[in-house]
Design a protein around this ligand. Structure first.
Ligand code: COA
Length: 162
């Protein structure tokens, strides 16, 4: 498996992956809006034998410190349960850390995301429309986020997503 930054030639293939992976066009449209708005900070693809098998996006958030939101992540159905999503997420986390971001937020299944260090505990002081048992954060520079409270908002493109 090769992980690399998304290239211009991948955009349509990523859209097809997202259309196949989620009901409706919401996530495919979201990724295009995030790119168009300049809010797509890290967009990675996984390539296996020339096939684009997975994609993950990390987008800019409004937060009390430099933060990214992880969403969406998708892997072609025939290629799931081989660790492709995990590899994409780990690579994105590494890049976000190296680029100086203080934290990453994600809305998802804690049973999956806690293996990467995400925790509800790190997110529970923040004011967000997504606050709750599926809203998690991962500190990137040390063991704690620079602050434990305040308002955090995903990029505006997320407001169109149900
Ligand atoms: C969610 C999704 C991205 C996961 O992709 P993936 O590449 O299969 O993810 P991983 O392989 O990293 O891990 C998935 C599961 O497979 C397991 N797994 C990983 N490698 C494995 C292997 N070699 N053998 C068996 N199981 C394995 C993981 O433990 C995990 O299972 P668990 O959560 O029950 O513990 C994929 O299922 C998908 O595209 N779903 C539709 C879109 C979606 O819902 N995205 C998430 C919301 S944005």
């Amino acid at each position: 498996m090769n992980l690399r930054e998304e290239a211009a030639a991948d955009v349509n293939v990523v859209r097809q992956l997202l259309l196949a992976s989620f009901p409706g066009t919401g996530e495919a449209d979201l990724v295009e809006k995030l790119r168009a708005a300049g809010d797509a900070v890290i967009s990675l693809v996984a390539i296996d034998g020339g096939v684009l098998t997975g994609h993950v996006m990390f987008s800019r958030m409004a937060a009390p410190f430099p933060a990214l939101g992880l969403a969406p992540v998708a892997v072609l159905s025939d290629w799931r349960r081989r660790g492709i999503a995990a590899a994409l997420i780990q690579e994105g986390i590494k890049r976000a850390k190296n680029e100086g971001y203080a934290g990453i937020f994600v809305l998802g299944d804690p049973g999956y995301y806690q293996r990467f260090g995400f925790s509800i505990h790190h997110a529970d002081g923040f004011d967000s429309p997504y606050a709750g048992p599926h809203f998690m954060a991962l500190p990137l520079q040390g063991n704690q986020l620079p602050s434990q409270s305040g308002r955090v908002d995903y990029a505006p493109a997320f407001s169109a997503l149900e």
